[in-house]
Ligand binder design. Structure first.
Ligand code: NAP
Length: 246
């Protein structure tokens, strides 16, 4: 129960990797602020966590710009007093040829995948630094580490997140805030259902050769926010079955 007494805000925790992360942090004693757009799914996640004896609340948020990020941060503080752990997980995937991408698609993906994490950190990290402690984990992707046809938009936004992870480690690390990222490989979630066999094909290129369960990513996030990672700073941790290693 190493996270007992800690307040954790996990964006996009009504589904997939975020929901598994909410569970993993709650299992370690954190009070988890579950967030997403869908109040029904949010209520289900919170209900399941509370039924297991955990502390959890739902904060509905449609994240798409700086104001929506600031608003969620303020409501998180109003609900729980402070935020000790921020997991920037909410995000959208999507792939296709560069020439087929519309400006609206570009802006929407960069808004949720880059702009929202940026302004959530801007809203929450300074207070963590003032208190002398905190942990932030950004959820990136393996395709931020290498070029892949059709992944230019998605991969480039997450590559920005990888650099932001290091920049924020430099900025807030001296004040006791650890900022790290996980870089998942193909993971079975509601968000990847539409990929069908494509997900398995992608996973087959890695040494482990299979799709991950969301909990396998969540355990890495839980490690990074915990005391066991007290000397881990500015790292982008591949959790991808070895895909970027070979
Ligand atoms: P998912 O099952 O589709 O879940 C996405 C979560 O984000 C949901 O809780 C969704 O909640 C929330 N969300 C989406 N857009 C939002 C918005 N505009 N405002 C607020 N919440 C929003 O996705 P996932 O597969 O678990 O992916 C989670 C993260 O892992 C993403 O950042 C993704 O890029 C990354 N990732 C996933 C994989 C994979 O193979 N699954 C691999 C590498 C990286 P609501 O629907 O309730 O809004």
């Amino acid at each position: 129960m190493e996270l007992t007494g800690k307040i954790a805000l996990v964006t996009g925790s009504t589904s997939g990797i975020g929901r598994a992360t909410a569970q993993a942090l709650a299992d370690r004693g954190a009070h988890v602020l579950v967030s997403g757009r869908d109040p029904e799914r949010g209520a289900q996640v919170v209900q399941a966590l509370r039924a297991a004896g955990h502390k959890a609340d739902f904060l509905a948020a449609d994240l798409h710009d700086a104001d929506s990020a600031r608003d969620l941060a303020q409501r998180a503080i109003a609900a729980a007093g402070r935020v000790d752990i921020l997991v920037n997980n909410a995000g959208i995937g999507g792939f296709g040829p560069t020439e087929a991408t519309t400006e609206a698609e570009f802006d929407a993906m960069y808004a949720i995948n880059v702009k929202v994490p940026y302004f959530l950190v801007a809203a929450l990290a300074p207070a963590m630094a003032e208190r002398g402690g905190g942990a932030i984990v950004n959820v990136s992707t393996m395709v931020a580490a290498f070029g892949m046809p059709g992944m230019a938009l998605y991969g480039s936004g997450k590559a920005a997140v990888n650099l932001l992870t290091k920049a924020w480690a430099a900025e807030f690390g001296p004040h006791g805030v650890r900022v790290n990222a996980v870089s998942p490989g193909p993971t079975r979630t509601e968000g990847t259902t539409a990929m069908g066999d494509g997900l398995d094909q992608l996973a087959s290129q890695a040494p482990t050769g299979r799709v991950a369960d969301a909990n396998e990513i969540a355990q890495a996030v839980a490690y990074l926010v915990g005391d066991g990672a007290s000397f881990v700073q500015g790292v982008v941790l591949p959790v991808d079955g070895g895909r970027v290693a070979v």
